[in-house]
Design a protein around this ligand. Structure first.
Ligand code: GLC
Ligand code: CA
Length: 558
């Protein structure tokens, strides 16, 4: 297997609106990030991913870009960005930016022109279609953030396509000029000295130009599967590779809604000349009702393990994987996959151990390193995400009750992970001197960086240790992965192994105490890291698991 820095790196993702406000307007910004850069470096991560920082009217918090070459005013200026680059470089940190190639803002110059007339030179930068003969939209597609993916424009009597909100019109990748614009933008930022891109909803950029209506046969409720992997997709990505990606030593990570491991291989296979990595949604969909994305359903650890194992195959097939449990689009990981009450600390550490021992590039979403949790909000008015409000309308239309919707939001809303970073127990958790754009999670009084720095056994210190263990052991990066107990309902036990070393990762994903006997353990088994102190001896092969107990064990050869 070929070694690459982007396989060995650990990524720390920041949602800039919510990290650190520097000027008291209640919105996180670039100068705020600069002021926290030593903290970021102290984690031991090597690559920073910033959610979109380009000029935007913020219908979808920056995922609606109105100028791809400028910085969003809320976040600062290009000078601030250049300074950030310098400060990152001083600390040997790399940075990747979030690029949105599938759609722009409706306030982008291209769209404003496009709207003007049918013969405007920018008309074909977007998808414009005539109404059906009865006046209906061209297809019956549902948008992620709106009732329909089509918005009628009186001026020219046509509809334009928007898979997301109506302020996010889809760019027409069939048009070579559009593709060139995106490649030029990529060169522009690479020229500034960044190290790559996260590519937003990349599987959606090629559309089925026959624009088929969705039917019971072709649509199972999963938008991703429906909109992803269009006919010219790989041709476009190969062109992007040829024009941009192959010209730099960079890292690309595609957001991959709707893809299977086999399909993923087409994006990231070593010989495909497309992307470096892509992240999938299978474990993100695990607790969702496919017909109601705000609906919440129970899942089993066995299903979770199956997904992890299924995706690990991508590496054997000649690609590379990513390891993440959450980001700005999903709830907090300790609330979702762990336990955010009695065992919050233990569970957060266990999830960290999981992430740092996967065969794939690990992603840490800001705040997870101190065990930030979902919000306890009881009112809709606290939420800020446009998805919540569209989801609420859809829910009511189907006859749903408000209480149920609010209940589900606690498990499923993206805002759970968008509350400000909790730095200390002072005003607004140290995030802002002003009024924060979104409320803090009230638990900031206890759960905060300052407390974590001061407590020896904190989640934060555990992250630092686990990160350094991963960086110091290539086996944990490249070694083979094997799930040893796929049918156990509570324990996730797997090995990572290469010619030199064997590691056993033992994770109790439950509130119970469990005794486990392993025939792999022997006199030469050392517990490298554990979240219940180091009192465990595993030489007899027996592990007495405490709730949410995790152990990283190194087994030496005889
Ligand atoms: C991606 C982003 C999400 C955004 C959507 C539309 O899924 O991660 O935050 O809303 O694309 O751009
Ligand atoms: Ca600010």
């Amino acid at each position: 297997m070929k070694r690459h820095w982007w396989k060995e790196t650990i990524v720390y993702q920041i949602y800039p609106r919510s990290f650190q406000d520097s000027n008291g307007d209640g919105i996180g910004d670039l100068r705020g990030i600069i002021s926290r850069i030593d903290y970021i470096a102290s984690l031991g991560i090597e690559t920073l991913w910033l959610c979109p920082i380009f000029k935007s009217p913020n219908d979808d918090n920056g995922y609606d870009v109105s100028d791809y070459r400028d910085i969003m005013e809320d976040f600062g200026s290009m000078e601030d960005f250049d300074e950030l680059l310098i400060e990152l470089k001083k600390r040997n940190l790399k940075i990747i930016l979030d690029l949105v190639p599938n759609h722009s803002s409706d306030e982008h110059f291209w769209f404003k022109e496009s709207k003007k007339s049918k013969d405007n030179p920018y008309r074909d930068y977007y998808y414009w279609k005539k109404p059906k003969s009865n006046g209906d939209p061209p297809t019956n597609w549902i948008s992620y953030f709106a009732p329909s993916t089509w918005e009628f424009d009186d001026n020219t009597g046509e509809y334009y396509l928007h898979l997301f909100s109506k302020k996010q019109p889809d760019l027409n990748w069939e048009n070579p000029k559009v593709r060139q614009e995106i490649y030029d933008i990529m060169h522009f930022w690479m020229g500034k000295g960044i190290h790559g891109f996260r590519l937003d909803v990349l599987p959606f950029i090629s559309k089925d130009l026959s624009f088929p209506d969705k039917t019971e046969d072709n649509f199972d409720g999963n938008f991703g599967r429906f909109y992803a992997n269009g006919p010219r997709l790989h041709e476009f990505i190969q062109e992007m590779n040829n024009e941009v990606i192959s010209k730099y030593d960079m890292m690309t990570v595609g957001e991959g809604p709707g893809i299977t491991p086999e399909q993923a291989l087409d994006y990231v296979g070593e010989n495909r000349k497309e992307l470096h990595t892509i992240y999938h949604f299978d474990h993100m969909d695990i607790d969702r009702d496919p017909y109601d994305y705000y609906g919440y359903k129970k899942y089993s650890l066995i299903e979770f393990k199956q997904i992890v194992t299924d995706w690990d195959r991508l590496v054997d097939m000649g690609g590379w994987n990513t390891a993440f449990l959450g980001n700005h689009d999903f709830p907090r990981i300790v609330s979702r996959f762990g336990n955010d009450k009695t065992y919050r600390k233990q569970a957060a550490k266990l999830l960290c151990m999981f992430l740092m021992t996967q065969r794939g590039t690990p992603y840490i979403y800001f705040g997870d390193e101190i065990g930030m949790t979902n919000v306890p909000w009881e009112e809709l008015g606290k939420y800020r995400d446009l998805w919540v409000f569209d989801g609420f309308e859809k829910h009511l239309k189907k006859g749903g009750k408000k209480e149920d919707f609010l209940k589900n939001l606690k498990h499923t809303s993206r805002d759970n992970a968008r509350t400000p970073m909790q730095w200390n127990n002072k005003k607004n958790g140290g995030f802002s001197e002003g009024v924060p754009w979104i409320d803090l999670n009230p638990n900031y009084e206890n759960v905060n960086v300052e407390n974590a720095e001061n407590a020896k056994d904190s989640i934060l210190h555990f992250y630092r240790k686990m990160i350094s263990v991963r960086k110091g052991n290539k086996t944990l990066i490249y070694g083979n992965y094997l799930d040893l107990e796929p049918l156990d309902e509570n324990l996730f036990i797997y090995s990572r192994k290469d010619d030199s070393h064997t590691f056993l990762i033992c994770l109790n994903f439950s509130d119970h105490c469990i005794t486990y006997q392993s025939d792999m353990l022997n006199q030469r088994s050392d517990v490298i890291l554990c979240n219940y102190g180091m009192r465990n001896s595993v030489s007899t092969g027996k592990i007495e698991f405490e709730p949410w107990h995790c152990l990283l064990i190194k087994i030496s050869r005889s």
